[in-house]
Design a binder for this molecule. Structure first.
Ligand code: SAM
Length: 213
């Protein structure tokens, strides 16, 4: 593919700047009436999960956050060829978007599907699921809003469990620390590959308590 073609946008470009997201009223940012439920996916990768969710819930608005601008460009090009108009993309670290982009109590659902596991001990502090980021995720959730996370990495699964269970404003939806199947859940491309390799999955769902504990 030629360089120009690769960067050409074959339709509307749904990528946005973080500054724009910070400053623009949400109705104007998403081009929808106020009150639309906001769903956020952190690290959407190839974006197939985000596309499926956006198609399944046309009355919701979706914010995809992906640190890789190439992945963001690829998904933007894919979206531009569709009728989907309820998705906006940010090519930024999710920690920055959580820091001063997303507002308290405005998110209905967060999806954190297979965040990078950073398996080496010296890199573990780079993991997305840490007490500080999850405290911020919890603050951005509406009361009774949901946080879903998934990993195939057993060590990261233990960390995710400890961090989520340790956040007082969140309550586990499941009776166990995690579940290894979620009926009806669309698998991501990575998930399909890892399942084919026989890896075990760990799915977490937490709900924000109505009143902060
Ligand atoms: C293992 S992949 C999983 C992708 C996708 N969620 C899936 O399940 O197929 C992790 C993704 O998170 C992105 N990522 C890593 N750190 C991030 C961060 N701090 N903020 C946003 N995205 C991040 C990576 O670029 C990568 O696309």
């Amino acid at each position: 593919m030629g360089r120009r073609l690769k960067f050409d946008m074959p339709g509307p470009d749904w990528r946005r700047e973080l500054g724009d997201f910070r400053e623009t009223p949400r109705e104007a940012f998403f081009g929808t009436p106020s009150g639309c439920l906001l769903v956020v996916e952190v690290g959407f990768g190839r974006g197939e999960f985000l596309v499926q969710q956006a198609q399944a819930h046309p009355d919701h608005v979706f914010l995809g956050i992906e640190v890789s601008w190439k992945r963001c460009l690829k998904l933007a090009r894919r979206l531009a060829r569709t009728e989907i108009a309820n998705v906006r993309l940010l090519a930024d670290p999710a920690e920055e978007v959580l820091g001063d982009g997303l507002r308290e109590g405005e998110v209905e659902t967060f999806w954190v599907n297979f965040p990078d596991p950073w398996p080496k001990a010296r890199h573990a502090r780079r993991r997305f699921v840490r007490p500080d980021t999850i405290a911020r995720v919890a603050r951005c959730l509406r009361p009774a809003g949901l946080l879903h996370a998934a990993t195939d990495d057993p060590d990261y699964a233990t960390q995710i469990h400890e961090v989520l269970a340790g956040e007082a404003s969140l309550k586990n939806v499941h009776a166990t620390a995690w579940v290894d199947e979620v009926p009806g859940r669309m698998p991501t491309a990575y998930e399909l590959e890892w399942r084919a390799e026989g890896r075990r999955m760990h799915y977490f769902s937490y709900r924000r308590r109505e009143a902060s504990a």
